[in-house]
Design a protein around this ligand. Sequence first.
Ligand code: NAD
Length: 280
Amino acid sequence: MMDGKALAARIREEVAAEVAGLSPIGLATVLVGDDPASDVYIRLKHKASTEVGIVSRDVRLPAATTEAELVERVRELNAAGSIDGILVQLPLPDGIDEARITAAIDPMKDVDGLHPFNAGQLLLGRPTYVGATPVAVLALLDAYAVELAGASAVVIGRSDIVGKPAALLLLQRHATVTICHSRTRDLAAEVARADVVVAAVGAPGLVQADWVKAGATVIDVGITRTEAGLVGDVAPNVEQRAGLLTPVPGGVGPMTIAMLLRNAVKAARYRAGTLAFPAS
Ligand code: NAD
């Protein structure tokens, strides 16, 4: 089992030491509406930020907020001198075009890497900001020294926030990458070829033990709330087949929070000019 919790704790300590040597770092989150899962994520992000000395601003807007009002709030945060990084929690309520909102964020403050400029930089192999979850996937693979160059990697899920950027990061590390999704014909056969499997769907127990190549590394990004607690996309008996596997909870989740903190430090460096942000 890959211990995301322990690794995340180490990274948070590193971030805290770095933050102590910098001017105050401001991270703003924007939550529209009262989705309970989003509320939990936002709370975790603020708690973790505060613990490492990052100053977080929790912007909460009613579910009835219009797209134009939200764009206006984002622009205020773009202009705010005390704010280095901005994260708009997704999903947004119906009627708000997420693409319009992410495109309104100043690319230099876009810690989730969703602005077309930052997403494009990743596509071109010159990453600036990459979202915390895909970076967490790579950090876990690196921490356990999983060989990626030449390896066959299967990413299940093609969202802009997890699947696509995770696949691009793996490609950048010279893996042979297959992206699977809801229309994939034979998911079992695709998974069976993989040395590395990244499951980011939100379908409890989707990945079965008999699909997985013996000794493969399996990263379970999925989180579904059930009466029995949080469960991932990977069936429990995969533990017997996989060489390495991330638990849910305690795998990608805590690492995602740690990587968001790292992205906030990056934001402060970009704004201070100690790290060059490419011209957009
Ligand atoms: P999403 O709903 O945007 O995307 C899901 C993807 O899964 C889609 O691309 C879809 O094509 C694919 N899919 C759906 N059913 C499938 C099937 N039967 N077979 C193959 N592919 C299928 O979700 P998302 O935002 O990418 O999140 C994915 C999961 O990861 C969710 O469970 C989410 O809660 C979790 N998540 C966890 C973290 C974390 O920190 N651990 C962060 C973000 C998301």
